[in-house]
Design a protein around this ligand. Structure first.
Ligand code: ADP
Ligand code: MG
Length: 341
C-alpha cells in the first residue's frame, strides 16, 4: 500500500442477507489515514453490516473493500491483524479484572507477556483506568466498561479502530468523555477511526467526515460543516394558526415568495419550515407576508442547520425520532437479561 493511498477503499459494496434483504446496497467511499470517519444513520440503516464486512467477519455479496491494502474477501487474516474492533455490545467479562480482560485479548493476538504488560499500561492510561485495573469489571460503571472495551481494541496497536456505536445508551456526560478518549487516541496513536453512530451530535462533534446512511445507501458524504452548508442557509420553523381557506399548497407557495427563501415545506409535526440564506432578514419578512394574508404566526424559531436537518433534507424523515426508541429497546433488553441472570 502506498503512502498516499486511502486506508479504507470501498467500491460498490453490497451485502444481502439470506432471504434477500439488502442491508448494504451499493456503497462507495474511502477513508484517509488518521481520519475519524463516521457512518451516521438510523437503526437498521446497515451500519453494523458494513462494519462486519470491513472487518472480514461477513463476506460481501458484491463489490469490493480494501482495508490496510488487503482485500477483505481474499485476505481476511491480514485485515484482522491490522484492525481493532469494538462491537456495539459491551464484550468485556464481568467476572475478570480489567487487567485480566486485557491480558486475554493480548493473547488472542498472540502477543508475548512482555509486550502485553507494556501495552496494557499504555492503553489503561489512555482510557483512564489505571487505578481500577485490578478490580473486577463487575464493579465498573457503564462508561468504564466501554472504555475497557476500547482499550481491548487497541492492545495490539491496530492501524484502524472500528467502533460500532461507541456511546450507545450512555448518558451525555459519559458520552462526551468517550469522545475525548477517541480524539486522544487518534492524536497519541495516530490510529484511524471508523465509527458508526445514530447520534447526530456525536457525528457532528467527533468526525472529520461523515457518510449519512439510510436503507443501505449513502445519501450524503462530507465534513459536518460541508453537509450543513449544503442545506443552503438558516432554518425558520413556523407554527401558523390554521387560516380559513388556505390549503397547504397555497401556504408553501406563499412562503416561497418571502425574499431570500430557498425552500419551504411542511414538516411531519405540522409546522412549516423555511430555508433562507439569512434567517435574520427572512424572519421579519415572513411575518409581514403572512400578516398581509391574514395569517397569524403562533411561534417562530430560527436555527442553524444540524446533521438532523441534513438527514431530513435527503430522506424526508427525521433522524432524531429513531434515537429514543432504540435506546429504550436496549434498556428493556438489559433489564430482561438482568432479571434472567
Ligand atoms: N443476520 C441477519 N440476517 C438478516 N437480516 C439482518 C441480519 N443482521 C441485520 N439484518 C438486517 O439488516 C438491516 C441492517 O441492519 P444493521 O446493519 O444491523 O443496521 P444498523 O447497524 O445500522 O442498525 C436491518 O434491516 C436488519 O434487520
Ligand atoms: Mg448497528
Amino acid at each position: 500500500m502506498l503512502a498516499g493511498d486511502p486506508i479504507i477503499q470501498v467500491t460498490d459494496l453490497v451485502k444481502e442477507y439470506r432471504g434477500g434483504l439488502r442491508a448494504v446496497d451499493g456503497v462507495s467511499f474511502s477513508v484517509q489515514r488518521g481520519e475519524i470517519f463516521g457512518f451516521l444513520g438510523p437503526n437498521g440503516a446497515g451500519k453494523t453490516t458494513t462494519i462486519m464486512v470491513l472487518i472480514s467477519l461477513l463476506r460481501p455479496t458484491a463489490g469490493r473493500a480494501v482495508v490496510c491494502g488487503h482485500d477483505v474477501a481474499r485476505e481476511p487474516d491480514r485485515v484482522r491483524s491490522r484492525i481493532g474492533y469494538v462491537s456495539q455490545d459491551i464484550a468485556v467479562d464481568d467476572a475478570l479484572t480489567g487487567e485480566q480482560n486485557l491480558f486475554l485479548q493480548g493473547r488472542l493476538y498472540h502477543l508475548d507477556r512482555e509486550t502485553i504488560a507494556r501495552r496494557m499500561a499504555e492503553v489503561l492510561a489512555m482510557v483512564d483506568l489505571t487505578d481500577r485495573a485490578g478490580d473486577l469489571v463487575l464493579t465498573y460503571s457503564g462508561g468504564m466498561r466501554k472504555r475497557l472495551d476500547i482499550a481491548e481494541g487497541l492492545i495490539h496497536r491496530p492501524d484502524i479502530l472500528f467502533l460500532d456505536e461507541p456511546t450507545l445508551g450512555l448518558d451525555i456526560q459519559t458520552r462526551r468523555r468517550i469522545w475525548d478518549y477517541i480524539r486522544l487516541l487518534r492524536a497519541r496513536e495516530g490510529v484511524t477511526v471508523f465509527m458508526t453512530t445514530h447520534y447526530m451530535e456525536e457525528a457532528d462533534q467527533l468526525c472529520d467526515r461523515v457518510a449519512i446512511i439510510d436503507h443501505g445507501r449513502i445519501v450524503a458524504l462530507g465534513s459536518p460543516a460541508e453537509l450543513k452548508a449544503a442545506i443552503g442557509g438558516d432554518l425558520l420553523t413556523l407554527d401558523i394558526a390554521a387560516g380559513d381557506g388556505h390549503a397547504a399548497g397555497d401556504l408553501v407557495g406563499l412562503l416561497r415568495t418571502v425574499p431570500g427563501t430557498k425552500q419551504a415545506f411542511r414538516a411531519d409535526d405540522g409546522r412549516w419550515v423555511l430555508v433562507a440564506g439569512h434567517g435574520e432578514e427572512a424572519a421579519p419578512a415572513v411575518l409581514e407576508v403572512l400578516g398581509a394574508h391574514g395569517l397569524r404566526v403562533r411561534s417562530l424559531a430560527m436555527k442553524k442547520p444540524t446533521l438532523d436537518d441534513v438527514f431530513l433534507h435527503y430522506t424526508g424523515r427525521e433522524l432524531r425520532r429513531s434515537e429514543g426508541s432504540d435506546d429504550f429497546g436496549r434498556m428493556r433488553m438489559g433489564l430482561r437479561r438482568a432479571r434472567m441472570g
